[in-house]
Design a protein around this ligand. Sequence first.
Ligand code: HEC
Length: 174
Amino acid sequence: MPIARLSFKRVEKSRGRIAAASLIVLLLASIVIAGCTEVPNPTATPVAFDPTPAAPGTRDLVLAGASAADIAAFAAEPIVLPEGNASNGEALHTSLGCAACHSVGDDVIVGPGWKGLYTRAGERTDLGAEDYLVQSITKPSKFIAEGFTNVMPAFDYLSDQELADLIAFVKANE
Ligand code: HEC
């Protein structure tokens, strides 16, 4: 049956062509996809640090982001915390990981030791010790204690009770 054989051959041939064509399409597609990979952006020019004058009443602090307006806004909304429990605060110092960076004595681990912190906190700004402590725990990048860098994570998810307990511990640790 020569005709049948012939058409069989044709089918084989055209199948071969289809396979070759799809291979080429695949190759082209992969070249295009490879070409689409992200080109590394040149790093943005660093923003020049333009220090703002210290807010009135802010002593002893390098201000990184806390403007006079911030301080005024914090002061205008005094934080009212529930009664704190110092021994819960002591437990939180460990369980929240504060202890990894803050000793309860004078030694510096990563951040300042907590000995005398309550008194210092009261002298830092005109916010008062409690408000200053709340602000520097929940928004640490606003207040950078002098001689330290801005590496403390923001504990902005703590409950009022947890904040009150931590502060009660800081106070008791004087
Ligand atoms: C990764 C290290 C790290 C951890 C964890 C950390 N801190 Fe800090 N903390 C710092 C550093 C560094 C500073 C000083 C720079 C600054 O003021 O942000 C600081 C500053 C502070 C200050 C201000 C101290 C002052 O003298 O004005 C308070 C209050 C404070 N931390 C409380 C806490 C509490 C509470 C926790 C846990 C819930 C905590 N920190 C966890 C590193 C840390």
